[in-house]
Design a protein around this ligand. Structure first.
Ligand SMILES: C[S@@+](CC[C@H](N)C(=O)[O-])C[C@H]1O[C@@H](n2cnc3c(N)ncnc32)[C@H](O)[C@@H]1O
Length: 282
């Protein structure tokens, strides 16, 4: 879909009363919805990569109470953490509500059949879902969480909240706790409109970008060095970092805005970021 049409649709949805706009947004999402098997395979590749990296750094989810931010549409990551990686409990937070009873029941049928686990038609007791909840409004007791995880979510969170979320995690994580994030800093409009480069949105000033984006496709446009600076400022050390920058010959934007000129091409094009954080020793 051409990015201007996509933006036009989101702008129109934003004009509607919030509940109605959200409802229509969900209906539109359903048109492009992948099958449960396809969505599972897509997310499983990230989960396997997380497991491989954690294994190489001698860290595991086993017996840990885990916080996930950005639950999304299906509880794939929570189920995998519980049933394949032996996490004790997953608390999953989302500022929206995308899990629906019929879809969870279908997903449970799929998961039960594939993995021979016991599930009813609802979420298992080890998965606690907090829809329409900003984790910053939730009291999580100090030192009670073993791990925090996100997949393709941080880029959708405002800079102020990113700092607050990591300061909050610094308090609720146990001393041996860890954070693992997958971050996708590229221009998501390019996924459905091949005429755009993956970094097209970097040509705009913040003001211009704020006129284009909506609450349905908010993207903070942070570059890798900004994430690194924030993690460190919130008291974390980076124990693992991987990312993919533009390959030779890959199309770059014709111009980028002055705000991003201080970054090298490797830095400003860094995508598919995976990072593991641990609390800095005090
Ligand atoms: C691109 S989806 C990713 C969902 C899922 N993690 C996945 O990998 O499929 C981003 C999700 O993050 C949620 N989200 C955005 N900002 C958030 C915030 N500040 N706190 C919690 N969830 C948020 C959105 O509602 C959406 O469900």
């Amino acid at each position: 879909m051409h990015h201007k049409l996509r933006t036009g649709i989101f702008k129109a949805l934003e004009l509607l009363p919030r509940k109605f706009g959200d409802e229509l947004y969900h209906q539109l999402q359903r048109i492009n919805e992948k099958s449960i098997q396809e969505e599972y395979n897509f997310q499983k590749s990230t989960i396997l990569r997380f497991a491989e990296i954690l294994n190489s750094t001698n860290i595991s989810f086993s017996q840990r109470r885990v916080v996930e931010i950005g639950s999304g549409w299906l509880p794939i990551l929570p189920y995998e953490l519980i049933f394949s990686y032996q996490a004790s409990e997953v608390l999953t937070f989302d500022i929206n509500q995308h899990y629906f009873a019929n879809r969870i029941a279908d997903f449970n049928k799929f998961y039960k059949h594939q993995f021979n686990v016991t599930l009813t038609s609802t979420l298992p007791k080890e998965v606690k879902y907090f829809p329409r909840t900003n984790i910053l409004d939730s009291a999580i007791h100090s030192g009670t969480v073993g791990a925090m995880v996100t997949r393709n979510v941080l880029e959708h969170i405002s800079p102020d909240d990113l700092y607050s979320i990591h300061q909050q995690a610094n308090s609720y994580l146990k001393d041996d706790g860890f954070i693992i994030h997958q971050i996708s800093p590229s221009d998501h409009r390019a996924y459905s409109d091949q005429s755009l480069s993956l970094w097209d949105f970097l040509r705009y000033s913040q003001r211009e970008w704020d006129r284009i984006q909506t609450r349905f496709d908010y993207h903070n446009r942070w570059r890798l060095p900004q994430y690194i600076e924030m993690f460190k400022a919130c008291g974390f050390e980076i124990v693992f970092l991987s990312y993919k920058s533009a390959k030779k010959g890959q199309r770059l934007p014709a111009k980028i805005h002055a705000d991003f000129e201080k970054y090298t091409t490797e830095e400003y094009t860094a995508g598919s970021i995976i990072v593991i954080l641990k609390l800095k020793q005090k």
